[in-house]
Design a protein around this ligand. Structure first.
Ligand code: NAP
Length: 269
């Protein structure tokens, strides 16, 4: 019988990462998750009690090299190999050049961009052993055109270039690297990062975003998990370097711009 493929998901305790963990744990994968807060892991297990004993939840921080070294030793000792890495850990603070503070900018760069660089670099020896590993960076549509946070958009645009850059570096080891760039997905992101504190305001924001997606719906974490599942599979064995908008029709060209009828209405007013 085939042994399970070992997949690390950073940020697997919440939202998109948690949904990916659930999707993969239900198949022939051994899932490891890395995240910082014990409370979010407990919340995850309350939301999805079926994941108890199925996902190996590890505490650690993608922006700390020490933490990643410890993770690497742990995976080496317990699993010996890594077949897949999903860089999903991320944070956001809304702000423009004038309103975003330098430390908020730095935090987004450290976690959203330097994190995936450090994790990928440190775990590379374990991925080389897999004889065909797959790396998936959870980027954002905000990396393809300006969004609501200068630091977030720049970090995600950088992440997409990390994807593109690594294709040639890692191709010779048969390691594929792809980005998924979601539009708005309903998760804990906006509450946990203090962008919204009440449900009513959040719902208004979601509704405003919904109508700007050509398919007139926002995403569910499962939409992203399905694509990750495909990119990890042998069916995707010739795909590397793809930067994939997964956003209900929002793309680099049309991203989140108000639909024409709204623009006309505004002109009339
Ligand atoms: N939701 C959206 O609309 C949307 C759209 C486009 C892209 N994305 C991207 O999708 C990814 C997942 O977002 P989400 O919506 O699922 O958010 P979420 O529900 O807030 O989950 C974020 C996860 O990342 C972990 N994390 C944050 N900082 C970390 C660090 N330094 N080290 C390790 N883990 C860390 C969090 O756990 P701890 O805080 O406990 O560490 C949590 O498990 C992010 O990269 C985000 O930018 C989200």
């Amino acid at each position: 019988m085939d042994s399970k493929k070992v997949i690390l998901i950073t940020g697997g305790s919440s939202g998109i990462g948690l949904s990916i963990a659930e999707k993969l744990a239900g198949q022939n994968y051994q899932v490891i998750s890395l995240s910082r807060n014990k409370e979010k892991i407990e919340r995850a297990l309350k939301e999805k009690p079926n994941l108890k004993n199925k996902v190996d939840f590890i505490i650690g921080d993608v922006s700390s090299q020490d933490s990643i070294n410890q993770l690497c030793s742990y995976i080496k000792e317990n699993y010996g190999v890594l077949h897949g890495l999903v860089n999903s850990a991320g944070v956001i603070t809304i702000g423009t050049l004038e309103s975003l503070k330098a430390d908020e900018w730095q935090k987004m760069l450290d976690i959203n961009l330097t994190g995936p660089f450090l994790v990928t670099k440190t775990l590379l020896p374990l991925m080389k052993k897999a004889n065909g590993a797959s790396i998936i960076n959870i980027s954002s549509i905000a990396g393809l055109r300006p969004g609501t946070s200068i630091g977030y958009s720049v970090s995600k645009a950088g992440l997409d270039m990390l994807t593109r850059f690594l294709v040639a570096d890692l191709g010779p080891y048969n390691i594929r690297v792809n980005s998924i760039n979601p539009g708005l997905v309903k998760t804990h992101l906006h509450f946990d990062n203090n962008i919204f504190s009440n449900q009513e305001d959040y719902n208004k924001m979601v509704e405003g975003a919904r109508v700007r997606h050509p398919l007139k719906k926002v995403g569910a974490p499962e939409d992203i998990a399905n694509m990750v599942n495909f990119l990890l599979s042998d069916e995707a064995s010739w795909i590397s370097g793809a930067v994939i908008p997964l956003a209900g029709g929002v793309t680099e060209e049309n991203g989140f711009l108000p639909p024409k009828e709204d623009a006309l209405l505004k002109k009339k007013i």
